[in-house]
Design a binder for this molecule. Structure first.
Ligand code: GLN
Length: 477
């Protein structure tokens, strides 16, 4: 039998129901693996003690409700350190919130608790979710379990590493410009950025509020779907959540019309990633789907628009961490000193860079030149995608231009920002997007996973799960 921690969520749910394993055994296997590997990987900032009452309650539900018990009952999950769990530290991997303890559960956590899921620990990330490598954490880097000389991607790198190394069965991450999909691609797992507003942001430490979504990192598309369904839904605590039935229903067609923006997949993408992408497209065509070339000319401006809008929202959201109300507090001679000292010692370099950029693009002399232009570009991009979805059911490209890179390789911030070239659009348009493994490439004697990125219209997560499952099957075969 597969070791319990190496199972997928669906396999573990089946094994629990068949009484091949108990909830306690599954928990113990994950905790043991986590303690064994965490020294090396630094995936977790904290591994929690067992919540004995929750373990017993999950076992009881499986025993009494049997097949009708929620599939997540008794499943140990890892939670990104920017998602609140009542009573636990939530530091967003920042010195600023080192001692901040959550006073309430994020809605996603509350929903997972109701489904009987267990929480294994909080995972490392780039500070306040800003980064593509997890190198910007105030608590050390996380290593990629596929090749420990390399980054796991970011900012949800700890969650991705925990799942890829079989420490947790699945995890939650957050995605503002790619932070679920990019680390999923770099560690060979599945990551979903849900439709904006389909999952509550209540209890997620905000980065860019018009872009942020919580979503699953999982070993399979099926597991990602299970977790998505458990956490989705309108929430009175988040006014941006979508009421049921608001997204136009799109009947799932099979075969599908798949849009391929070939003009975007040029020189900037490593040749072997392009080859893996072509091979995956061939397999989808062989399976009967129609491939259609599409043009998305505005995509060339997506990254620039993102790196104006996101820091603007970051500067606003992080203004509350001022050394007075909560978080790290340093005292100087004047109130201004208090702000300066607290914010300079509490925030890391990348966070400070983005706060400065954000206040600049919102300042009265520059808001027209930068912020308003970026916002207009965002509207055009959204229209361009909406028009494309009149002709196709899904749009595909590689998740990243290159595989996981070595530590320090992208120390130039602009080189790091280029990592997000394919992922930011889904956040700017609010559309759902999935990264699913599409093969491997060789670097320095290591075989590194690469991902296919699938975007669908608002509310069409089912399209992603259906096509994602086919890619998964093709690439495994
Ligand atoms: N890598 C992107 C950034 O640095 C995305 C971050 C995210 O999705 N949280 O902003």
């Amino acid at each position: 039998m597969t070791k319990p921690n190496e199972m997928t969520v669906s396999e573990a749910a089946r094994a629990l129901r068949a009484r091949d394993i108990s909830v306690q055994e599954l928990w113990d296997a994950c905790v043991l693996a986590s303690h064994e590997r965490n020294q090396e990987l630094n995936a977790f900032l904290e591994i929690f003690e067992a919540d004995k009452a929750a373990v017993a309650a999950a076992q009881k539900r499986i025993d009494t409700e049997g097949e009708t018990a929620p599939l997540l009952a008794g499943i140990p999950l890892a939670i990104k350190d920017n998602i609140l769990i009542e009573g636990k530290v939530a530091s967003a991997a920042s010195k600023m919130l080192e001692n901040y303890r959550a006073t309430y559960d994020a809605t996603v956590v509350k929903k997972l608790k109701e489904a009987g899921a267990l929480f294994l620990g909080r995972t490392n990330m780039d500070e306040f979710a800003m980064g593509s490598s997890t190198e910007h954490s105030a608590y050390g880097t996380t290593k990629n379990p596929r090749d420990t000389r390399r980054v796991p991607g970011g900012s949800s790198g700890g969650s991705a590493a925990a799942v890829a190394a079989h420490l947790a069965l699945a995890a939650l991450g957050s995605d503002t410009g790619g932070s679920i999909r990019q680390p999923a691609a770099h560690t060979g797992i599945v990551g979903l950025k849900p439709t904006y507003g389909s999952v509550s942001r209540s209890g997620l430490i905000a980065m860019g509020s018009s872009l942020d979504q919580v979503g699953p990192l999982a070993k399979t598309v099926e597991d990602a779907r299970l977790i998505y369904e458990a956490i989705a839904g309108q929430d009175p605590l988040d006014a941006t959540t979508i009421p049921p039935g608001l997204c136009p229903a799109r009947p799932m067609k099979k075969p599908m019309r798949i849009g391929v923006p070939r003009h975007l997949i040029g020189e900037g993408v490593d040749p072997d990633i392009r080859a893996a992408f072509s091979a995956t497209l061939d397999a989808l065509a062989d399976a009967g789907h129609t491939l259609t070339d599409i043009e998305l000319p505005m995509s060339h401006h997506a990254l620039a628009a993102y790196y104006v809008i996101m820091p603007a929202e970051v500067s606003t959201n992080l203004a509350r961490l001022d050394g007075i109300r909560y978080g790290l507090a340093q005292r100087g001679d004047t109130l201004l000193d208090d702000y300066l000292l607290s914010r300079t010692s509490g925030f890391g370099e990348e966070t400070r860079r983005r706060i400065l950029l954000g206040t600049f693009v919102l300042s009265s002399g520059y808001i027209d030149a930068y912020y308003r232009k970026a916002d207009a570009a965002r509207a055009v991009l959204r229209k361009e995608y909406a028009d494309a979805f009149d002709k196709v059911d899904a749009i595909v490209f590689p998740t990243t231009p290159s595989p996981a890179f070595a530590f320090g390789e992208k120390s130039d911030p602009l080189a790091m920002y280029l990592e997000d070239i394919f992922t930011v659009t889904a956040n700017l348009t609010g559309m759902p997007a999935l990264s699913v493994p599409m093969g491997f490439v060789e670097r320095d004697g290591a075989s590194l996973p690469v991902g296919m990125h699938i975007t669908a219209p608002h509310g069409a997560e089912d399209t992603l799960f259906s096509l994602g499952a086919e890619v998964e099957k093709e690439r495994r075969a």
